[in-house]
Design a protein around this ligand. Structure first.
Ligand code: PMP
Length: 420
């Protein structure tokens, strides 16, 4: 990541990034924790929300709170326009062919569960196989395990090397006539690895296998074009892209979404109901049973406007520089070992310190105002692969600064001093 021409260009642009101006948009960052300025380095878990998003939620509840798709009255029409307007916005954001391909979910986990349940019910038979990788978040493991158990199918795992990269030849070896779907993370939340998605998808497609991409850690850092990737499904969560919690997006190619049965039944997903039978609604409503999370969909739309205003090229240039700096400073610490050193990485840096449990690190850093994540990061198989109980993870957003990384390093030296 650090030595390419692309990154050099990125650095030039990064120096013009006005981070102090951006930080003013995030009031939560202006506080102290335990008497120290808050240094928020847990963005992979949840990112912070700019004022414009909170203002949009307030406006919804104060000015036009009402149900969508149902009322002919004024408020319902405004709410419906804002809700459906966001669907179009997300269609363009992901470069989907049609807004029928955008389904609102509760988040990444919900999107994967939707596909696992629906794919399982509609298309999986005994002996079929689903391929995932060894670096998946539990959200991209457990739904498939549950579905495989129910349908008598088998979960196959692509192994990863010591750098935390998938072993491509092993992946190739796993694909066969029984493979029904590949479900893979775009960017690992615990290792920071960015997977070679185009190659992964092209290979699966050459065998007629569709691919779901877990984009939870990708969308905060990089522009995603679902047509360029040619993925069949793509999921992400709003709360990791500066939007509200409890909302997310599932993109699915229309031909797949048409083929799959609904996930849940209820209002809005039907055209006609009798006690004998139900005719399901058209896309995307077939997959949106019940009153949706209207306010937070609208909030997500505003968060996406915000990201686009900052601009992905500026974001990745700036963040690349931050990560490079973090890796460089962390590698100066004796006894620190990185978990995950992929050539292509984004968002997060995971490490362990000799003789100190990550939970102790997390607690001491917190007293210094530094918020990091410690634990298995919902990727227990990754911990098993690297034979560590847990790691400390610092994860970055475009509002973080090099000074904050310096504060992290200073706090880590304090930890080492306490344990020496
Ligand atoms: N996949 C990845 C790679 C993640 O990082 C996360 C969140 N940590 C999830 C899935 C689950 O996201 P959510 O909890 O928002 O559903």
């Amino acid at each position: 990541m650090t030595n390419t021409t692309k990154d050099f260009t990125a650095d030039t642009r990064a120096s013009h990034f006005d981070v102090e101006k951006i930080r003013k948009d995030f009031p939560i960052l202006q506080q102290e924790v335990h008497g120290k300025p808050l240094i928020y380095l847990d963005n992979a878990a949840t990112s912070q929300t700019p004022t414009v998003v909170v203002d949009a939620l307030r406006k919804y509840y104060f000015e036009y709170n009402s149900n969508v798709h149902r009322g002919v009255h004024r408020l319902s029409q405004i709410a419906t326009d804002a809700y459906e307007g966001t669907r179009k916005k997300i269609q363009h954001f992901l470069n989907a062919k049609s807004n029928e391909e955008i389904i609102f979910t509760k988040g990444t986990t919900d999107g994967i569960n939707l596909i696992a349940a629906s794919f399982g019910r509609g298309l999986i038979k005994q002996g079929d196989e689903i391929v995932i990788s060894a670096m998946e978040h539990h959200s991209n493991i457990v739904p498939w395990q549950m579905m495989c158990e129910e349908r008598g199918a088998k979960l196959r795992i692509i192994p990863i090397n010591d750098n935390g990269e998938i072993i491509f030849e092993a992946y190739e070896g796993l694909l066969n006539e029984r493979t029904k779907l590949v479900s893979i993370v775009h960017t690992s939340n615990s290792l920071g690895t960015v997977n070679p998605l185009r190659e992964i998808i092209d290979l699966a497609h050459s065998k007629g296998v569709p691919v779901l991409v877990d984009g939870a850690q990708a969308v905060p850092h990089t522009h995603v074009d679902v047509q360029a990737l040619d993925c069949d499904f793509f999921v992400f969560s709003s709360h990791k892209v500066f939007g509200p919690t409890g909302i997310g997006v599932l993109y699915g190619k229309k031909e797949w979404l048409q083929k799959l049965p609904p996930y849940q039944g209820g209002g809005d997903m039907i055209l006609n109901v009798t006690f004998e039978s139900t005719k399901f609604n058209d896309l995307p409503y077939k997959f949106e049973a019940g009153t949706p999370n209207i306010a937070d969909v609208i909030g997500l739309g505003v968060a996406i406007d915000y990201i686009q205003k900052v601009g992905y090229s500026a974001i990745s240039a700036y963040e690349n520089e931050l990560i490079r700096y973090a890796v460089q400073r962390l590698s100066e610490i004796e006894g620190l070992r990185f978990i995950g050193q992929a050539k292509k990485r984004a968002g997060a840096v995971s490490f362990v310190l000799e003789n100190v449990h990550p939970h102790d690190i997390g607690t001491i850093l917190d007293r210094e105002g530094v918020a990091v994540r410690t634990g298995h990061h919902c990727t227990q198989p990754v911990m098993q692969r690297f034979k560590v109980p847990a790691t400390t993870r610092a994860s970055f957003a475009f509002y973080n600064t090099k000074e904050e990384i310096d504060a992290l390093i200073k706090a880590l030296y304090k930890v080492i001093e306490m344990f020496s």
